[in-house]
Design a binder for this molecule. Structure first.
Ligand code: NAP
Length: 247
């Protein structure tokens, strides 16, 4: 185990699968105690926790719906009760509903903005309350913000808000010694991207970057590890497009 995050406590929202799982495992491998948040997949979250523990790390699963500010507050309270502090927040939980404009319902819009934008906002607020100097907040947008794919309007609108929170709040959180950045991946080989798509569609989008393949979660996690670590403290208020040249 590499110990660059030894003594740090990381909260990863939406860590029961996909990118969140991979990042939780990587941060734990580098010495952080990790809270594995999930909404509705307790078995998967517990599997992530037991995998981390088997490799000698420390982790805890906490259920909370990131789309509710009250649940976000409870998540931070339970994190502090368990580990006494929080140093790293990965605002990863997200959903993607893709539909033509005419088919998007009010519920689709509200859920998308509640989980992706509101949840991120109130988690940042909680992090600012509990983190000390050297705190790291990393939000998650998407490179599709710059790609203008049809059917992605509600999703991309919610992520554009996330990017702006990062730019805006860097100046507010800097005096506390907290950095805040946004990682905006291109398409990644996870359920969020592949669900409901044909192999042809997946291959077509996968061929749109410079390297001609879909990103795997570790392509993104390694960049997040750097942003969460001790050497990235002078980076704040940035949106970093980790997309293999997709845009
Ligand atoms: P994913 O495979 O669909 O996993 C989503 C995770 O979020 C799951 O652990 C899920 O937990 C959790 N989650 C969903 N709703 C939640 C809620 N209300 N409260 C708490 N947790 C919730 O997604 P992913 O591909 O790993 O995406 C992770 C992040 O990267 C998202 O913010 C996404 O927008 C962004 N991103 C993804 C891609 C891509 O192509 N995959 C590209 C760019 C950006 P449960 O199972 O318990 O619901």
């Amino acid at each position: 185990m590499n110990e660059q995050l030894s003594g740090k406590v990381a909260l990863v929202t939406g860590a029961s699968r996909g990118l969140g799982k991979d990042m939780a495992e990587l941060l734990a491998q580098h010495g952080a105690k990790v809270v594995v948040n999930y909404a509705s997949s307790p078995e998967k979250a517990e599997q992530v926790v037991s995998g981390i523990k088997q490799r000698g790390g420390e982790a805890l699963a906490i259920q909370a719906d990131i789309g509710s500010a009250a649940e976000v507050e409870r998540l931070f309270r339970e994190t502090i009760e368990a580990y006494g502090r929080i140093d790293i927040l990965l605002n990863n939980a997200g959903i993607m509903i893709t539909k033509p404009l005419a088919a998007i319902t009010e519920d689709d819009f509200d859920r998308t903005f509640a989980i992706n934008a509101k949840g991120t906002f109130f988690a940042i607020q909680q992090a600012a309350k509990h983190m000390g100097k050297g705190g790291r907040i990393i939000n998650f947008s998407t490179s599709v913000v710059g790609q203008m794919f049809p059917t992605y309007s509600a999703y991309v609108g919610s992520k554009a808000a996330v990017e702006q929170f990062g730019r805006q709040l860097a100046k507010e959180l800097g005096p506390q010694g907290i950095s805040i950045n946004t990682v905006a991946p291109g398409p990644i080989n996870t359920e969020l991207f592949t669900a409901g798509k044909t192999q042809e569609e997946i291959a077509r989008v996968g061929s749109m970057n410079s390297f001609g393949r879909l990103a795997e979660t570790e392509d993104i996690s390694k960049v997040v590890l750097f942003l969460a670590g001790p050497d990235s403290g002078w980076i704040s208020g940035q949106t970093i497009r980790v997309n293999g040249g997709f845009i």
